[in-house]
Ligand binder design. Structure first.
Ligand SMILES: [Mg+2]
Length: 238
């Protein structure tokens, strides 16, 4: 069987893998749902469940909150709700990895890095706590407070790749949300989406990118070169 990832002049042509953290390597959906409910309880909002979160959550998070609450959420209120969310999330840690996260990281024969929208310092501690730091050539989380910062992954993925001097065409992102797909599309990277995370699988499939039921399956798709959308992505907002 020919090498599915190909070689050029004896050099590996494997792409670089960029992993998402929350909902992908980290199995934190139930913790996020609990923390979201703590935030909504703060302002008289409804209780949500995991299925609701998987179907309705989106970035920017302020827009998601406004949709659930049925009214606009101003910057000051969002900052307060975000603090409540963060405190509740922190109180629920530590959180387990996705069942096959370690196996998937070990299955990839090339370079890997980690890009998350979670706070950088806390991300570094969590990754070290799970003894995963050695897998990654670079780890980037959010270095600014979320309120006031750009709340979608595209610009952070561009910065992450620029820091490693990697063109998008040589990179594949594995993530669990439509925002991951948007970031991949905006930077010209490949993408495989994980169906066991924060997003309803039907929404993931609608992006056109390949969808895997496990992280090991996601890596297998990257090894097979299946990382591009089957159809052109619908036009998506910035
Ligand atoms: Mg995620």
């Amino acid at each position: 069987m020919p090498d599915p990832i190909g070689t050029v002049d004896g050099m590996s042509a494997k792409p670089h893998l960029v992993w998402d953290w929350n909902g992908t390597l980290l199995d934190d959906l139930s913790l996020v749902v609990d923390a979201t409910n703590a935030a909504f309880a703060e302002c008289g909002g409804p209780r949500i469940d995991a299925d609701h979160h998987r179907r309705r959550f989106r970035r920017p998070i302020a827009d998601y909150y406004a949709e659930v609450l049925g009214r606009p959420v101003g910057a000051a209120e969002f900052a307060q709700l975000n603090r409540v969310f963060h405190d509740a999330y922190q109180a629920g840690l530590p959180c387990a990895l996705t069942a096959d996260a370690d196996a998937a990281l070990r299955a990839w024969p090339g370079s890997q890095s980690l890009l998350s929208m979670w706070f950088h310092d806390e991300l570094m501690l969590a990754v070290a706590g799970h003894r995963l730091t050695e897998h990654f050539a670079r780890i980037d989380g959010m270095r600014r407070p979320l309120d006031g910062a750009v709340d979608h992954k595209s610009p952070y993925l561009a910065d992450h790749l620029a820091a490693m001097r990697l063109p998008g065409a040589e990179v594949v992102l594995i993530g669990d949300t439509v925002d991951d797909a948007r970031a991949a599309a905006s930077t010209g990277t490949g993408c495989v989406l994980y169906a066991g995370g924060f997003t309803d699988p039907g929404q993931l499939r609608a992006t056109g990118y390949p969808v895997a039921d496990s992280l090991v399956d996601a890596v297998a798709l990257v090894l097979a070169g299946v990382t591009t959308p089957k159809a052109k992505l619908p036009r998506m907002g910035a």
